[in-house]
Design a binder for this molecule. Structure first.
Ligand code: ADP
Ligand code: MG
Length: 290
């Protein structure tokens, strides 16, 4: 039978919008010393808006946006919604691409008007040895903007910058975790500079950036091997294996079904502050039971 205190906590947690799916994970919440957060959609709203369109010579802004929006119309990444919305706003005719493929953690590629077009991350450009103006890029990244690059074959056509908005309570959540002795880590596929800037705004202790989706779970394991008791909070399909590896897996309620099915606790209100409530509630619930 479930002890009375534990049964009572279920009622309290439901009122607070914490949906406990796995009691063992919830019980370990009181012992965690490290909380890892995914960035996009977890600490930020995950709703990108295009802020800058930066074509290379011989390419118009409109053409750059048209090609990017065409490919992005086939993607489910939050970046994609931002690019497509901008294309619509500018009344651009967005063609259906003739082919489409996503490159996990690096971007997307396909065919438009018979040409091979890709929209990719800064890391992808670096790996492929394609050069771009490092100073232009830094200026955008240092304000926390996410930058993607549009390519035709291996030729750079231009860059598009997008801004996401940090959730109102993210900073307070991190402060309160620190007060109760929990270290904070940001784990993201986004670029290092962007991640550092957003982490600074929120007060996160450590940043692990440019991780490929399958590496997120590995990073959680590594921290555990270092002797940490690890919580992981995320929202995406990519986060699910990491949630499964953590001592406490927390899914943000507005996220994907896969993340929610894997998590120990689901935050119905998608509020980072509720992570603090989980730890508090777990400590109160199990304190007397050791
Ligand atoms: P995250 O969700 O943490 O941002 P992802 O692994 O989904 O990480 O993506 C990593 C990076 O790959 C993104 O920051 C972006 O640069 C690039 N990327 C992924 N999907 C797309 C897409 N649809 N359009 C453009 N870039 C993309
Ligand atoms: Mg995310």
């Amino acid at each position: 039978a479930i002890p009375l205190v534990a049964a009572r906590s279920t009622g309290i947690s439901a009122q607070k919008g914490l949906f406990i799916r796995n009691r063992i994970g919830f019980e370990s919440a009181r012992r965690i010393d490290t909380m890892i957060f995914d960035k996009t959609g977890t600490l930020t709203h995950g709703e990108f808006g295009v802020t800058d369109i930066l074509p290379e010579k011989d390419v118009s802004e409109e053409e750059l946006l048209r090609l990017a929006a065409s490919l992005e119309s086939q993607s489910e990444h939050p970046i994609a919604a931002g690019v497509v919305a901008k294309g619509r706003e500018e009344n651009i005719d967005i063609p259906q691409p003739e082919a489409f493929d996503s490159m996990t953690g690096a971007g997307i590629t396909g065919k438009i008007d018979g040409k091979t077009i890709s929209v990719v991350s800064p890391g992808y450009l670096q790996r492929e040895g394609i050069s771009y103006d490092e100073r232009d890029f830094s200026k955008l990244a240092e304000t926390g903007k996410t930058v993607v690059f549009v390519l035709q074959e291996q030729t750079l056509l231009g860059a598009i910058a997008l801004a996401d908005v940090v959730k109102e309570s993210a900073k307070e959540a991190v402060e309160r975790l620190h007060q109760i002795g929990i270290e904070t880590v940001m784990l993201t596929g986004d670029n290092e500079k962007v991640a550092q800037e957003v982490a600074k705004q929120i007060g996160i202790d450590q940043v692990i950036a440019e991780v490929l989706p399958h590496e997120k779970a590995e990073k959680v394991k590594e921290l555990k091997i270092d002797g940490k008791r690890v919580g992981m909070t995320g929202d995406g399909i990519n986060d699910a294996p990491a949630l499964a590896n953590a001592d406490l897996g927390v899914a943000v309620g507005a996220g994907t079904d896969v993340a929610m099915e894997t998590a120990d606790v689901v935050l119905v209100n998608s509020d980072p502050l509720d992570v603090v409530s989980i730890v508090d509630l777990s400590r109160v619930t199990y304190r007397k039971m050791i």
